[in-house]
Write a protein that binds this ligand. Sequence first.
Ligand code: GTP
Ligand code: MG
Length: 198
Amino acid sequence: MKITSAEFIISNSDVSKCPNEPLPEYAFIGRSNVGKSSLINMLTNHKNLAKTSGKPGKTQLINHFKINLNWFLVDLPGYGYARVSKKTKEVFQQFITDYFEKRQQLVCAFVLIDIRLEAQKIDLEFINYLGETEVPFCIIFTKADKIGKVKAQQNVAAYKKKVMANGWEEMPQHFITSSSEGIGRDELLAFIDQINSE
Ligand code: GTP
Ligand code: MG
């Protein structure tokens, strides 16, 4: 799929104020700093459409980006960032869970995982939460440029084992990406295109 337009529409912390057009949307979620905003920029070929930072905790709201005038990418705040206050964490958690539980337009969530790391409890718990909430999701491994191809495959295989030990019958559909190298872009856009045309 060719990206012909990508436009920021609105940021907010209230799911009822998200755009009310009945267009399919895809949301990016995962630990702070995993590369959610960078991946949105990579997919849309824009350097600064979504704000990124080397410091965790950059994205703090639900951000809607309209793509090709007929679907949305949604950038969300990260979870698991230790340095925000307990109160802020609770507020984030509330609007993120509201988003996943109430947003009718959401067709698929992308759970981002840093390919370098061993499976983290917080991610496995989040994946289970999506399962219980019946939100369709895929896993996206990020920052593949930081390790070699062989190591990447080993880490994905180890992750799969952890996911299955965590109660899943099979590994959810997954993609390997690098925002700095453009790895995985075609596959992800083809996946979205396929759903959009169903
Ligand atoms: P929050 O908004 O804080 O939750 O973070 P985020 O998940 O949106 O991460 P963001 O896209 O802001 O990226 C965090 C840091 O990781 C930045 O310094 C990015 O440049 C870097 N980064 C993101 N993706 C990649 C990647 O594929 N490869 C490399 N090498 N660095 C990346
Ligand atoms: Mg971000």
